[in-house]
Each structure stands twice: as C-alpha cells, then as structure tokens.
Write a protein that binds this ligand. Structure first.
Ligand code: ADQ
Length: 460
C-alpha cells in the first residue's frame, strides 16, 4: 500500500479533539497508510536569527508530523500577504479588498519552493501526495520541477471565482497553469468546477476532453467536485459528552424565556456578519412580537487580526451590536450577545442544540461546516432550523434548509421569522432529510472519494 502524504499550511495532531473533524478524517487515512503530514509549524523566526526553514519531525501514533518554521518576512508575504491579502479576497469575490501591488508574490513563490525542497528529501517514489488549499497552489509544479513523479492531488477548500474575477489576479495564468502539475484537482462545489471549466476554455489553450478531463501544457488533469462533509458520528458523540451537556443546560437555563438565534464563525468578511446583524435588526423592527424574546448569540473567533480588512470589520460589528442593543434592549433583555472568542469544540454541540435557529449566511463560502455541524447536533424530536446562504457551497447539498440571499435584508428577516415560527412537523421533516444527506456525504465519504479518484487517475 502506498504511503499517503498530506501537505497543508497548518497541520494538526489528529488524535486531539480540539483539532476538529478534518484533522481526524485525514488522520485516519494517514494512520492506515503510516503516512506523513507536512506543513508550517506555526512558528515565526525573527529576521536575522538562525532557524528559518528548520524541519521538525514528530510522531503522532503511526503518523509522522513534519513541520518547518517561517521567517518573519516569508510569513508576512506568503501567509498574510499573498495568501490572505490577495487570494482569499479574490477567491471570495472581493476584488476591492485585494492588495495586488505589494509584491507579495515573491514570498509566495519562495515558500512554496522551500516547502517543495524540504518535502522532496522526505518523499518515497510510490507516495501519494495530497496538497490542501490556496496557500500551496504551485507546490506540485515546484515538486515536478525537481523531478518528482508521484501521484499528486490538490483540494481547494475555498471557492474558485468566475474567470473574469480570477483574471484580476496579475499572476492568474501562472497560478492556473500550476494546477496542471497535479493529476487531480478537487473543488467544493459544481459551481467551482464550472468556473474552472470556463476559465480553462477561455484563458488557456486546453483541450476539454470530457466533463472532468482537461489537457494543456503537456499534461492531462482530472477535475471534480468533492463537497467536504463533517464527521457526523463524532459530533453526535461529542454532543453526549459532559462539556456539551453542560453548555446546553447552561444556555437553556439562562435563556429559558427567550428564543435563541445563533451564528458561529471565524471573524471574516466573507461570512456576512454585518448583513446578518442588519437583517436581525429588521426582524425586531418588522415583527415586534420578537422584542424581549429573540436573542442573537454571535460567536466570532479572532482570525488574521493583523490584516487591515479584519480590523475594520471588527469595529463595524462592535458598533452595529452596540446600536442594536442600545435601540432595542431592555434592562432584562439584550437582543445581541456578541462574543469575540473561540468556543471549545467539545462544547459546540451543546450550543448548537440550544438554538432554535442557526444563521449561516456567508456572502461567499467554499462549503461551510458550521451548517452541517448544527444539523448533526440537533435533537431529532425537536430540531432547530437552519437558515443558509445560497452562496455557501453547502447550499448545493442542503436544499431543505431555508435558503437566503444575505444581501437582501428584508427577505432574510422574513426568513428568520419563518424559521422562528416553523411548526414542529415541518422542522422534523426538514431536519430528517438534512441529517440523512450529511450522514451519507460525511467527511469520510469525502476523503475516500478523493483518494479513490486520485488512485484511479491513469499515470502518463
Ligand atoms: P472556514 O472558513 O474556517 O473553513 P467553516 O467550514 O465554517 O469555515 O469552519 C471550519 C471549522 O471551524 C468548523 O469545524 C467550525 O466548528 C469551526 N469554528 C468556526 N468558528 C468557530 C468558533 N467561533 N469557535 C469554535 N469553532 C469554530 C474553510 C472554508 C470553508 C470550508 C472549510 C473546510 O472557508 O468554506 O467549509 O474550510 O473545507
């Protein structure tokens, strides 16, 4: 059996619950093949001090964890700069927030080259290589340039935008050409595959050999949608644990006379938080029966705080929450509880279960696992309702959610009201279908499908 080698910007110890379902799912595949997980250590070496690019090897059970340190300059240009200041906004359709002129591309190339160089020394000829996400698009091309001939797959966790948006990135042709160094490229949704096909059809000399097969630059590439899932059984088990139960009891006790609406995400402009708060304000204005009752708990964990766009989002949110609480709040009821923190994974299912409505309303999102975790955590006899943005990848699969356009404040508020009023029988029916769907297409299904497709690619 070939060894699996996973490469991602950040790695996690798959044995720890805090690492999350994705790490556990990849960990299982890595364990069964005695595999290796390679990425950045999270450590930044200040410029001028030794240790840049130093390789650390640890064993986590049968899995080898290999990490490298980044210099301050590389961290700033590769991670904060090109990955999160150019690719993240553009791939989420936010050209207005992209910093094209700062020269970050050199750092992005340098780190990908450095990763390839360090990794090559650890590789075996029959390894199967699976690269994750936008930080590492050119990694396969760098490895190929060094003579590596292993099977290589790439999965993009974020959306791929339409060709004309992608074409705004000055290096778009180089980036997309780099994808052809892989044997298989996976996207989250059919919409992303469609954008890729259109890009290739209009911007490259590729031959489209079939719905999923393209040939260009002397290389054939398979491309498919592999919608990522959550580990439904792990989440149900976590929900039975002490921490989740305590969370649930605490919330139910504290809000016994209220109806809870819940938002959980990293603080990010792609998640549509100001739009959600405005729709919630509209809910209170248009449906006054919710005054004194409807309470929005918004958890937004700190993320990329040194990138400018994130700092101004934080300010905007704080001021919107303050205004809503000031205008509508009473001595014994605050409509918005905004918490700028991460919730421990073991407590999350209890929080999800206490909510009558989950608001998952990103402006654009590759998939969105919170939507799936919310469904997995519900009591099937008395489930909460999922309000989901049509612009999340998850909307392609989760058709029984209440789908909204988060830019449409009035209709989103109407949908919140509908969710709060939904009869029990309809809630149960929708939840049953949603649960069946996420269970069938869980994170293990995702991983197995990707790896099976990669193993099946004919080698040239
Ligand atoms: P993210 O943008 O981080 O991921 P998402 O999928 O919603 O978005 O969340 C990932 C995980 O983070 C979930 O397991 C969630 O529980 C956890 N999380 C988020 N906020 C949290 C908080 N405040 N406290 C505790 N835990 C929190 C990217 C893409 C997504 C894609 C994933 C996986 O942007 O579209 O679904 O990768 O491919």
């Amino acid at each position: 059996m070939s060894r699996l080698v996973v490469i991602s910007n950040r790695i996690a110890d798959p044995r720890k619950t805090a690492s999350g379902g994705l790490a556990v799912a990849l960990g299982q595949a890595l364990e069964s093949s005695g595999g290796m997980w390679f990425g950045w250590s999270g450590k930044i070496v200040e410029d001028g001090t030794p240790g840049e690019g130093e390789l650390h090897l640890h064993n986590a059970g049968k899995v080898q964890l290999a990490t490298v340190d980044l210099s301050r300059e590389d961290h700033d240009s590769f991670y904060l700069g090109y990955s999160n200041g150019v690719l993240w906004p553009v791939f989420h359709y936010r050209l207005d927030l992209a910093d094209f002129d700062a020269g970050y591309i050199a750092g992005y190339r340098r780190v990908n080259q450095m990763f390839a160089h360090k990794l090559k020394a650890l590789l075996r000829p029959d390894d199967i290589i699976w690269v994750h996400d936008y930080h590492l698009i050119p990694l396969a091309a760098e490895l190929r340039a060094m003579g590596c001939q292993q099977r290589m797959g790439f999965f993009l966790h974020i959306p791929l935008p339409p060709p004309l948006i992608l074409a705004a990135v000055p290096e778009h042709d180089w980036l997309m050409r780099s994808l052809f160094a892989y044997d298989l490229v996976g996207f989250q949704s059919e919409a992303d595959v469609n954008h890729f096909a259109r890009y290739v059809g209009t911007e490259t000399p590729a031959d489209i050999l079939g719905e999923h097969e393209f040939r260009a630059f002397g290389k054939t590439l398979q491309v498919q949608a592999f919608p990522i899932g959550t580990d439904v059984d792990e989440f149900i088990e976590l929900g039975k644990g002490r921490e989740a139960q305590e969370m649930f009891e605490q919330m139910r006790g504290e809000y016994s006379r209220r109806r809870l609406l819940l938002g959980v995400e990293r603080l990010d402009y792609s998640k549509g938080l100001p739009q959600r708060l405005k729709a919630f304000r509209q809910l209170l204005q248009a449906y006054p029966e919710n005054l004194g009752s409807a309470t929005l708990i918004q958890i937004a964990s700190p993320s990329r705080e040194t990138v400018d766009a994130y700092a101004s989002l934080l300010q905007e949110l704080e001021s919107l929450c303050g205004a809503i609480n000031g205008n509508f709040g009473e001595l014994d009821w605050m409509p918005v509880r905004y918490i700028h923190r991460t919730v421990a994974r073991k407590r999350l299912p209890g929080l999800y279960r206490a909510a009558s409505v989950a608001l998952v309303t990103p402006l654009r999102d590759g998939m969105n696992l919170v939507a799936k975790e919310f469904v997995a955590s519900q009591d099937p006899d008395d489930p909460g309702v999922l309000v989901l943005s049509r612009f999340a990848g998850a909307a392609e699969q989760m058709r029984e959610a209440l789908l909204v356009n988060p830019y449409d404040t009035t209709r989103t508020a109407e949908t919140m009201q509908r969710a709060l009023q939904m009869p029990l029988e309809e809630r149960q029916r929708r939840h049953k279908k949603l649960l069946e769907g996420i269970r069938e297409q869980d994170v293990h299904w995702w991983r197995e499908r990707f790896l099976a497709a990669l193993a099946a690619v004919p080698t040239s």
